[in-house]
Design a protein around this ligand. Structure first.
Ligand code: RTP
Ligand code: MG
Length: 140
């Protein structure tokens, strides 16, 4: 996968609160091109696997339950410097610390339920995109 891509999920809290459209609008206005997208739900096993890197953290059980409790929107996004620019667009993990205008500042509920995921490296963007999408589902 090219290094100008990142992977995102609109998390269950933001879907429940009706923010899918507003979040996609923010993403596109910021210059990201959607190259793959699906409305889906993680099973408990999917959420455990996706966030395995956090399995020793005290919030792991809560995170797995949250991420599998309802539908999400998963997407692959393309833009120059995609990983870093998308992390800037979404803001800090804790919405109370997120900059004004960021997606988490606008739409997150709490530190645990923070509206969106963004990959933290090119390597993880590729791994996470492949977790959710086959090659045929990602536009070249
Ligand atoms: P993400 O992976 O979802 O984009 O978030 P992130 O990089 O900003 O934060 P990370 O440290 O990777 O944490 C993953 C997700 O776990 C939940 N969390 N809960 N209760 C807590 O103390 C806590 N800390 C993190 C959040 O949903 C966070 O996005
Ligand atoms: Mg992370």
């Amino acid at each position: 996968m090219a290094t100008n891509r990142t992977f995102t999920m609109i998390k269950p809290d933001a879907v429940e609160n009706g923010h899918i459209g507003a979040i996609i609008e923010k993403i596109q206005t910021a210059g990201f091109k959607i190259v793959a997208m699906k409305y889906t739900q993680l099973s408990e096993a999917d959420a455990k696997a996706f966030y395995e890197v956090h399995k020793e953290r005290p919030f792991y059980g809560e995170l797995v339950a949250f991420m599998s409790r309802g539908p999400i929107v998963a997407a692959v996004l393309e833009k120059d410097n995609a990983v870093e620019d998308f992390r800037t667009l979404i803001g800090a993990t804790n919405p109370e610390e997120a900059a004004e205008g960021t997606i988490r500042k606008l739409f997150a509920t709490s530190l645990s339920e923070n509206a969106v995921h963004g990959s933290d490296s090119d390597e993880n963007a590729a791994i996470e995109s492949n977790f959710h999408f086959s090659g045929r589902e990602i536009y070249a």
